[in-house]
Design a protein around this ligand. Sequence first.
Ligand SMILES: [Zn+2]
Length: 385
Amino acid sequence: MDIDNNEIFKGNKYTLGFNFQDSLIDQLTVLREQNFPGRVVEVFGALDDSPVLSARPQNKIPTLTQEEFAQQVAKLKKIGIEFNYLMNTSEKIKGKEDEVVSYVKQLISIGVKHVTVGSLKLASLLRKNFGNEIHLTMSITFGISDEKTLEKVIQSGCDACYLDGVNVNRNFKLLTHLISVAKSRIEIRLYANMSCIAECPVVKQHYKLFSSRRPDVQERHKGYFRGCSAIKLTSPVTWIQAPAIRPEDVEIYRELGVELFKLSDRLAPTKSLAFTAWAYSMNTSPADLFHLYERTGEKYRDLFTEDSSPPLLGPFSVSSSEIPQEFIQHFQDGRCNSTNAQCPICMSTANDAISVNDGWEEGIEVCKQMFRSETHVSPDEIGRI
Ligand SMILES: [Zn+2]
């Protein structure tokens, strides 16, 4: 089929994590030829020679030559997909403004016109130097969950921004208020397949860790991951209360005025990213939502010590057929904010939908003990268990 990239697509629009593999572009090309209600219109990622950190441990960021990258950007353009380059941390840019500007100039020369920033200073620097040549998105790491912060981002000249999903995705009163503040001044985006804990009290400190190049600070990510994993492993209702947006529910958010939805994870293999892109393009949850939120689940398997034999599946299955179609309604009408571990609807849904996978009962116990003694952010401190 001929692809008409100039048509105005009216369905659900997505931005997908990009792992810099040609195999993912092949998958997206097949997907683009389908006539689905949703569409990937942008991918996002960063390379390791970037002058500003992106929000992933630096040793996991891919290396690619500019030529290889340029070829991928061109292939994506052919199927109507923009590349959004991530500079999405609050890393200080003072003293290296010229380096940042020259890097972005190079990006623009290969066709990358979308950049995600993590600070107001970087947004202003790029707007000043590139005017309307560049499309700027404020990252989720900036943590927009109130009117004042949103207003600052609008004033910095960003074209789009992510609202802080941890606090906003399941708080419809706050979401509709922020959308009304944004009006047509800035495009509102949400992170759809997130597995963070709703209203995580340490999310801002966690985001800040990403903006340091110091190895000891980067190492502390593991502690944060252990803290939230401890909660997820100890309290299965967390899987229901993680503020993810199911594929079936995206339309509800779009009708409220959310224009684009982020799908992660850019460090995941093509198989996982394609699986996620298909599910959201079709507005249909897979049988097990675990894989949509946690990809291969390998980070849980990595928690085992070397002499343990990690099971192949992740710790839990989250059965989508056991989650009522109207589950989202009790958030929409304000009966639950997705943090109340006693919410009868969340509890009964968790009871029906969550099951521990074979081989994990013992592993979960081991992990719980390990977390209690080692974790940087204690689950007790967070107060959810
Ligand atoms: Zn609830």
